[in-house]
Design a protein around this ligand. Structure first.
Ligand code: SF4
Ligand code: SF4
Length: 288
């Protein structure tokens, strides 16, 4: 089963939840190690809680066009087909703007002179290995790059083959745009983490629209920092028939433990049962 942990906005405790679910599953003694995939490639910090040993390091990126100027006739067909304006002909020069290229290969296919070949434009890397009780892999985007999706795609392609058994937890990027869709679309269930504030409610609604209404993935909600704000998140979940899987209270002690890089259920072992119960509830809902 693949469970993605997402949130409409950053800073809601999404990574804390993802790490806690993975560590709770590792204590189930089911005979397999859960896999935690950190797809928050712009800020991959789940590894800070796990201190993993990486055995795999691989560059990732986009296949971008490289033009053979000896063959190019500057006909402009490549620029005409590129909806991203990532290739242009200026006089007797064909220019490629690699950071705008989405690697669709259309320019290469339409070039009548076969003057274009693809080369890898490195935008990030993936790393994978083991932590003490879980398998762990992450994507890391290079500084200055604008497109997270290629790194997320490479990570999922490497670690999420269709036939994989056992439990996979995905720490998705925050927000509701393309990187989130890429990270959660192969999940069986999505846990949305929010907080009971007007901002939390606004971004939860946006996330529900993408995950439930557009992708059609079964979803539950965890309310973090419960006790601040108001009851509007709860009322919204009830009106949308979204199960509230857990409430984690606003607690300065929890924040202090997390700020030291200690996973919640190691700092406060009583939360092991809370997250185990969440996993069991998700399994039950999935089997209905
Ligand atoms: S389509 Fe081919 S030949 Fe025409 S400008 Fe582009 S690279 Fe050059
Ligand atoms: S590969 Fe696609 S996006 Fe990139 S320059 Fe060619 S047509 Fe444009």
């Amino acid at each position: 089963m693949v469970i993605a942990v997402a949130s409409g906005k950053g800073g809601t405790g999404k990574t804390m939840v993802a790490v806690s679910l993975a560590l709770a599953a590792s204590e189930e003694k089911t005979g397999f190690r859960p896999l935690l995939l950190d797809c928050d490639v712009e800020e991959p910090n789940a590894g800070l809680f796990l201190d993993p040993d990486y055995s795999l390091h691989r560059e990732t990126g986009v296949l971008v066009p490289e033009v053979d100027e000896d063959k190019c006739t500057y006909c402009g067909k490549c620029a005409e087909v590129c909806v991203w304006n990532a290739i242009a002909v200026a006089g007797s020069k064909t220019l490629v703007f690699r950071d705008m290229c989405h690697g669709c290969a259309s320019c290469m296919l339409v070039c009548p002179e076969k003057a274009i070949k693809e080369i890898l434009h490195v935008t990030g890397k993936i790393e994978g290995g083991t932590a003490s009780s879980v398998d762990f892999a992450r994507g890391v985007m290079n500084i200055g790059q604008a497109m997270p999706v290629p790194t997320i795609s490479s990570l999922l392609k490497e670690y999420l083959p269709r036939e994989r058994e056992g439990l996979v937890i995905i720490d998705a990027p925050p927000g509701t745009s393309c990187p989130v869709v890429e990270a959660v679309s192969r999940s069986d269930y999505v846990v949305l983490v929010t907080e009971p504030t007007p901002f939390g409610l606004h971004d939860l609604k946006a996330a529900v629209d993408v995950v439930v209404n557009q992708l059609g993935i079964q979803t539950g909600v965890i309310i973090n920092r419960d006790g601040i704000g108001d009851m509007k998140v709860e009322e919204y979940c009830n009106s949308e028939n979204l199960p509230i899987l857990a409430r984690i209270p606003m607690d300065r002690n929890i924040a202090e433990v997390l700020s030291e890089g200690i996973p919640l259920i190691q700092g406060y072992p009583e939360y092991g049962k809370v997250f185990l119960d969440i996993l069991n509830r998700i399994r039950k809902e999935m089997s209905q």
